[in-house]
Design a protein around this ligand. Sequence first.
Ligand code: SF4
Length: 247
Amino acid sequence: MISPDHDTTASQVENLPPIRGFLPSTLIDWPGRIAAEVFLPYCNFRCGYCHSPALLQGDTHEEIPFAQVRQYLESKRNWIDGVVICGGEPTLHDELPCLCRRFRDLGYAVKLDTNGSRPEMLQGLIDSGLIDGVAMDVKTVLDHRMEELARAEIDLEAIDRSITLLGESDIEVEFRSTCCPAFVDQEVVDWIARRIGREATYCLQRFEPQHCAEEVFRAMQPYSAPEMEHLLEVARRHCPKARLRTG
Ligand code: SF4
């Protein structure tokens, strides 16, 4: 349980992780579906380009009661066809399986966004059939660059295990890289594409400086459209299904 002591809320009583953000619908976060999205607080990384720094602290957003989310989902059954759980880093919450089950019980498919640092949680969710899809960030090469990016002590081997287990699973999996020029270049894309393998779905996202947590990233020039096309070309040498994220 990750919540601070003072955070005694309805979610704890229900053995659910706290929901600190809610997007009623998105067309881009689960390609092919119209999904609602919930945001869970806390993260074990401290990426300087994070777009949700407030969520990392956990208690800066008002908690949204699960009952409110459930009520919305019950009223949108004919429109929404999935729920995306993202963060922060959702796998830090030991109660995550309960939340997935609650969405499942409401009849919704569930997708998880993760940084891949907790393979045991991912394996458990897959083995229990509680998730239909995962989008995992592979932020850069799994060496010292990863620690520089995340500014945390990182179990690189755990992230590597997540790549392997997701690659071997039969759920829908997308690996993603945010193409921040400080950490991702053609050598990095080449390494990641080789690592995730030919059958993988790989999404390259353009780095968006505007909402980054730190000034140095807000001042950084993102790759141009032709540069992103070049990175895509590099990715496709090893991952023919690689794509650029649009929107
Ligand atoms: S892993 Fe994601 S949520 Fe966590 S600090 Fe990095 S960008 Fe932010």
